[in-house]
Design a protein around this ligand. Structure first.
Ligand code: PEP
Length: 251
């Protein structure tokens, strides 16, 4: 039985005091709740260390939003996997569509990042998803297949068991448009089938596949009740403790 995983991607939001405030509210808001899922927050780099101190005794785990695949050196502005690990991160989001479209990350770069994260004992949340134009041209499954096959190139079965995949249709991110539960379920089932063909039935059945794209308290329950939807990667709605907690409760 797969445990659901709810992750909050704060993106480029919350300075240090805003981060402290949000984390304190999450900790106190969840203290009286029976939480049946894993909860992860992914603040910006500048808040990770403080978040790690605040989260020490809580059930909430810490993740980062990106990293570079080299160990160290002349890569101005980049952060390494071991730096994230050293700051207390357990997870790292890789291949987010904003990284792909705004910062030009390719499937090959994302593959290198996934490998480096795994070598450094960071658990990747590997994002895939099609654009609106791709969905309208009915090539969604082709795009997902390419992103997953390239992104997971030379990743072993043992490593694959440490990866979470997040299906995030680009047209649903930050737009208020959500994929219908059936649209999302269809792609999740396709991803699970693909992972089965690339690895094994056992690995595919254990794989956590999150949905992301305008998940809110009022649509979370229905999305999360789909057979192959094992959690959510939440952007906008994770910036307010009340709405993030409602989504956690829906899981
Ligand atoms: C995201 O960026 O991962 C995301 C899902 O954002 P939003 O929930 O705001 O659509």
């Amino acid at each position: 039985m797969r445990k659901k995983v709810i992750a909050g991607n704060w993106k480029m939001n919350n300075d240090l005091s805003e981060s402290q405030n949000l984390i304190s509210k999450l900790i106190s808001g969840l203290s009286n709740e029976k939480v049946n899922c894993d909860v992860i927050v992914c603040p910006p780099f500048t808040s990770l260390s403080e978040a790690n101190s605040l989260l020490k005794k809580s059930i909430i785990k810490l993740g980062a939003q990106n990293m570079y695949f080299e160990e160290n050196g002349a890569f101005t502005g980049e952060i390494s996997a071991s730096m994230l690990k050293n700051t207390g991160c357990e997870y790292v989001i890789l291949g987010h569509s904003e990284r792909r479209t705004i910062f030009g990350e390719t499937d090959q770069v994302i593959n290198k990042k996934i490998k480096k994260a795994l070598q450094s004992n960071l658990l990747p949340i590997f994002c895939v998803g099609e654009s609106l134009q791709e969905r309208e041209s009915e090539v969604t499954n082709d795009i997902i297949k390419r992103q997953i096959t390239e992104g997971l190139k030379n990743i072993s079965s043992a490593e694959m068991q440490k990866i979470i995949i997040a299906y995030e249709p680009v047209w649903a991110i930050g737009t208020g448009k959500t994929a219908s539960p059936q649209q999302a379920e269809d792609v999740h089932a396709f991803i699970r089938g693909l992972v089965k063909s690339l690895y094994s039935n056992e690995i595919a059945e254990e794989l956590v596949i999150q949905y992301g794209g305008s998940v809110k308290p009022d649509n979370a329950k229905e999305l999360l009740s789909q057979k192959d939807i094992d959690g959510a990667l939440v952007g906008g709605a994770c910036l307010k403790s009340e709405s993030f907690i409602e989504i956690i409760k829906a899981a």
